[in-house]
Design a protein around this ligand. Sequence first.
Ligand SMILES: Nc1ncnc2c1ncn2[C@@H]1O[C@H](COP(=O)(O)OP(=O)(O)OP(=O)(O)O)[C@@H](O)[C@H]1O
Length: 291
Amino acid sequence: MLEIAGLSHTYANGTVALNDVSLSIPRGMFGLLGPNGAGKSTLMRTIATLQAPTAGTIRFGDIDALAEPDRLRRTLGYLPQDFGVYPRVSAYAMLDQMAVLKGITGRADRKAVVETLLNQTNLWAVRDKAIAGFSGGMRQRFGIAQALIGNPELIIVDEPTAGLDPEERNRFLNLLAAIGDNVVVILSTHIVDDVADLCPLMAVLANGRVQLQGKPADLIASTRGHVWRKAIGHSELPTYQASHEIISTRLFAGQTIIHVLSDRQPAGFHPVEGGLEDVYFATLSTLRRAA
Ligand SMILES: Nc1ncnc2c1ncn2[C@@H]1O[C@H](COP(=O)(O)OP(=O)(O)OP(=O)(O)O)[C@@H](O)[C@H]1O
């Protein structure tokens, strides 16, 4: 169990990126959903012990992450939002090197680990190619391979599917799903479907605060009877914007479909069997209204 309590972070320029965040994250896949600037990466980097928070505590099992960052790092697998540099060395050589850094010094042990990971992430066929020449999807799969070195019990993946085509995204999500229920996996993303497809538990982070947390199905159920849909002409949108709380608009077959939030059924609207996207957009919309 990962226990985050009262975590706050204010950057030197005064930006409050995290504001009293508390989360209890059990084993399994946990989705952390939030818009750009919500504080997700700050939270991920803080859990990964790459930066210290201004206040709060992080415990993982019996490890106090802030007091014993080395202990936490030994059991951590981290796929950052951006690796930054993609080296010209081969995937095999790079993984081998990273395994040394993680303390797997025996040659035979390392060979077994590296080869297993290359197969698991479907990179065996390209193991001798330079990572610099990899596609986005291959890079992300390599990112997971390196995160899994040393059998971590806490795995953090920060916006892993941004920019992947649907097939690669699917491959990547399947890879994550296969990691297993015995480890804590935190998936940070602004892509609602990633969470809907994978995570039995989730939280929405916005403005540095946890706005919502629970099981996606329960959160979806809570929007039932509050979200309504109507197909309108695109030119009518401003009129509806003025009179309704629109939480999403999308185009379908040349029409604009709007979803609105309302406790009662507005005239001409149909009920929506809400999805996670409605939960998410309704949360963000409520926040905007309160601002
Ligand atoms: N090093 C920094 N110095 C100052 N402000 C920062 C720094 N890093 C992030 N911020 C600010 O902190 C807030 C949270 O940023 P963060 O990157 O954690 O959000 P995010 O949810 O990961 O967003 P994104 O999806 O855009 O990566 C933003 O307002 C951001 O501009």
